[in-house]
Write a protein of this length. Structure first.
Length: 312
C-alpha cells in the first residue's frame, strides 16, 4: 500500500518545513509514504524549502486556487501508484498524527473518502463565529442535496481512495471540497466523516475565504454546476414548476374575479401574464428533459474516463 500526503501551499515558507517534518514516515498497513507539495504560484521560498526537507514539489506558475492544487495532486497520485491520497493544510492547523484515523476506513474498505470533522465538539477555539456558522449552513445545504448528514464539508484534511480519484472529474479551480463530496455520492461512492482536532491562529487570515461574500458566491456557483450535471431534472423541474404555479395563480385570480363579477376587467392582463409564466415554465421543463439526456451522455463519458485512467 502506498500513501501520498499532499500539501497545497501558497507563500508558506514560514510553516512548510515544520509541517512536512511532522508528517508521519511510517504507518501501520502502509508500505510507502510519499510527501507532496503543490506550490500554487508562491513568490517566496516555499518550493525550495519543501524540496530541502525531502518533499516532491509540483509547481504552478501562478496562483490558481486549492481546486487546481487538488487536481494536480490527484493526477500525481494516480500516475505514481498511490492507493490513498491525504490532503493536509500548509499552515499547521491540523494534527498529522491523526492521519491514521482518516485512512483506517479506507484501508478496511468501509469508505472511499473520509473527511475530517472539525466541529464534533462545537466551535473550535479562535475560529471566527461567522465562519463557523457559515460552514454549518453550507454543510446543511450539502446534506440536503446529497441525502446524507454532514457536519463539516469544507475541511481540507481528508483522505481519498485510488478508486474515487479515478472517478472524480472536477471543474472548479477555486475550491474542490464540496464538489468532491457531491460528485462522489452521486457516483455511488461512500463518503464519511471522522472527528479531527484543529488549531486556529487568531492572527492568520484564510487564504481561500478572504471575502466571505466572494467565497459564498463562488462556492454556490460550483455547487449549482454540480447539481446541473447530476440532477438536471431536480433543478430545472423545480424552477419550471415554480413558474407554472405563478402562472396558475394569475389565471386563477382572473377566473375568480370573472366568477364573482362576470367580467375580466380590470384584470384582463393577469390572464396574459399567467399564460406567459405557464409557457415559460413548460419551456424550462423541456430544457430539463434535454439536460437529462445530456446527463446520460456525461455518465457514459465518466465511465470511459474511468476506464482510460485504469488503463493508463
Amino acid at each position: 500500500m502506498k500513501l501520498i500526503i499532499y500539501i497545497p501551499a501558497f507563500n508558506e515558507e514560514v510553516n512548510i518545513c515544520n509541517v512536512i517534518n511532522n508528517l508521519p514516515k511510517v504507518l501501520d498497513n502502509i508500505d510507502t509514504i510519499q510527501h507532496l507539495v503543490v506550490d500554487d504560484g508562491s513568490v517566496d521560498k516555499t518550493a525550495e524549502l519543501a524540496k530541502s526537507v525531502g518533499a516532491h514539489v509540483i509547481y504552478h506558475k501562478k496562483n490558481q486556487g486549492v481546486g487546481a492544487a487538488f487536481y494536480s495532486a490527484s493526477q500525481f497520485a494516480l500516475e505514481n501508484g498511490a492507493d490513498i491520497l491525504v490532503g493536509i493544510d500548509a499552515d499547521g492547523q491540523f494534527n498529522p498524527n491523526e492521519i491514521h484515523c482518516l485512512i483506517e476506513p479506507i484501508l478496511s474498505q468501509q469508505a472511499d473518502m473520509v473527511i475530517g470533522n472539525r466541529f464534533t465538539l462545537g466551535l473550535p477555539k479562535n475560529m471566527p463565529k461567522f465562519k463557523y456558522w457559515g460552514n454549518l449552513l453550507v454543510a446543511k445545504m450539502i446534506s440536503l442535496i446529497c441525502g446524507q448528514n454532514f457536519q463539516d464539508v469544507s475541511c481540507g484534511f481528508r483522505a481519498y481512495s485510488r478508486e474515487i480519484l479515478m472517478w472524480l472529474n472536477l471543474h472548479g479551480s477555486f475550491t474542490y471540497t464540496h464538489e468532491t463530496i457531491i460528485s462522489s455520492i452521486y457516483e455511488g461512492k461512500s463518503v464519511i466523516e471522522r472527528p479531527t482536532s484543529v488549531r486556529y491562529d487568531p492572527e492568520r487570515k484564510s487564504r481561500v475565504a478572504k471575502s466571505i461574500f466572494r467565497y459564498a458566491i463562488k462556492t454556490s456557483a460550483i455547487i449549482f454546476r454540480v447539481l446541473l450535471d447530476y440532477q438536471p431534472m431536480r433543478v430545472f423541474g423545480a424552477i419550471g414548476g415554480f413558474l407554472i404555479l405563478i402562472g396558475i395563480g394569475f389565471v386563477a385570480y382572473l377566473l375568480g374575479h370573472y366568477a364573482l363579477t362576470g367580467a375580466f376587467t380590470p384584470y384582463k392582463a393577469y390572464g396574459f401574464i399567467g399564460l406567459g409564466f405557464i409557457i415559460f415554465g413548460m419551456l424550462v421543463f423541456l430544457l430539463a428533459l434535454i439536460a437529462d439526456m445530456i446527463k446520460r451522455v456525461r455518465a457514459n463519458q465518466n465511465r470511459l474516463l474511468y476506464e482510460l485512467k485504469k488503463m493508463k
